[in-house]
Design a protein around this ligand. Structure first.
Ligand SMILES: Cc1cc2nc3c(=O)[nH]c(=O)nc-3n(C[C@H](O)[C@H](O)[C@H](O)COP(=O)(O)O)c2cc1C
Length: 257
């Protein structure tokens, strides 16, 4: 089993353990005041794209842009919104516990800052796309902070169940220096377990061996062969972008919204 599979299985094992605990002690079960989606509000399909990379127009941003193009190509009834986390001033989970207040528990974060409207929009969206470069084997710090705010309110400490206002298709996009056969990426790590349980099994798109800079000769990057990087890019980059585009089309075309 690979590392990603191990993390995922451990997460599910944790969930089962919690369920057993609950069965042993039914008094722990307590209804959560969940926010439910307003399905009748509009026929428009709304897809939220969250860009967890700092660089405009570089690998991650280009992949997400292609996804957006693919989704929009389906028709006018698809609304696609891209949010750049690095342009926003927000915090990770502040442990304010407002989402777990007695009688006022909520499965959408109650802490108010610049991220609040984004989390509110995701709660009612029809599809979610998360993109991040891989930093030290994980998604970026901004993406992780965002995921804390997204996921902690899903979790009930009464019965360890996890619920979002609605389930939706999810696509996770990673870009990295690593190669398919040799990389250090945990990707979205344990947060992927939360997403799978609550929103649904995500689709993965990974762009490997990306060009980190346009001109390698300007930097101390002797560990990389610029020629090999460009060869890889010539052979794979268009295909990677196409995968993102196709995933966008597929998400926007889904009838299960
Ligand atoms: C701080 C930092 C840490 C990185 N760590 C990794 C890593 O652990 N594994 C990897 O494969 N690539 C790593 N990379 C390379 C980036 O993931 C890769 O270049 C990515 O495609 C950059 O995305 P961007 O062009 O959208 O910024 C790192 C880059 C930076 C700046």
């Amino acid at each position: 089993m690979d590392r990603r599979g191990f993390i995922k299985r451990s997460f599910f094992a944790m969930g089962s353990l919690a369920a057993i605990k609950l069965l042993e002690n039914p008094l722990m079960a307590h209804d959560m005041d969940t926010v439910s989606a307003d399905k009748t509000q509009t026929e428009m399909k709304r897809i939220m794209i969250i860009d967890g990379g700092p660089r405009r127009n570089m690998n991650t941003a280009q992949m997400l842009q292609k996804f957006a193009e693919g989704a929009k190509s389906v028709g006018n009834d698809v609304e696609v919104k891209t949010v750049r986390l690095y342009d926003m001033d927000y915090k990770g989970c502040m442990s304010c516990m407002a989402c777990k207040l007695k009688g006022k528990a909520s499965n959408v974060c109650r802490f108010r800052d610049a991220l609040s409207p984004v989390l509110d929009e995701i709660a009612q969206a029809d599809g979610l796309v998360l993109g991040s470069p891989i930093y030290f084997g994980e998604v970026t710090g901004q993406m992780r902070a965002f995921l804390e705010r997204l996921s902690f309110p899903w979790l009930s400490y009464n019965d360890y169940s996890m619920t979002a206002p609605k389930r939706m298709p999810v696509v996770l996009i990673e870009t990295m220096n690593g190669m398919p056969e040799r990389n250090n990426s945990n990707g979205f790590g344990t947060m992927e377990g939360c997403i799978t349980r609550v929103l649904g099994e995500p689709q993965h798109i990974v762009a490997y061996n990306t060009c980190q800079v346009k001109d390698y000769s300007r930097y101390e990057l002797g560990g990389f062969s610029e020629e090999a990087k460009h060869q890889w890019r010539d052979a794979h980059w268009e295909e990677d972008l196409q995968k993102a585009y196709d995933a966008g089309r597929q998400m926007a075309s889904q009838s299960t919204f």
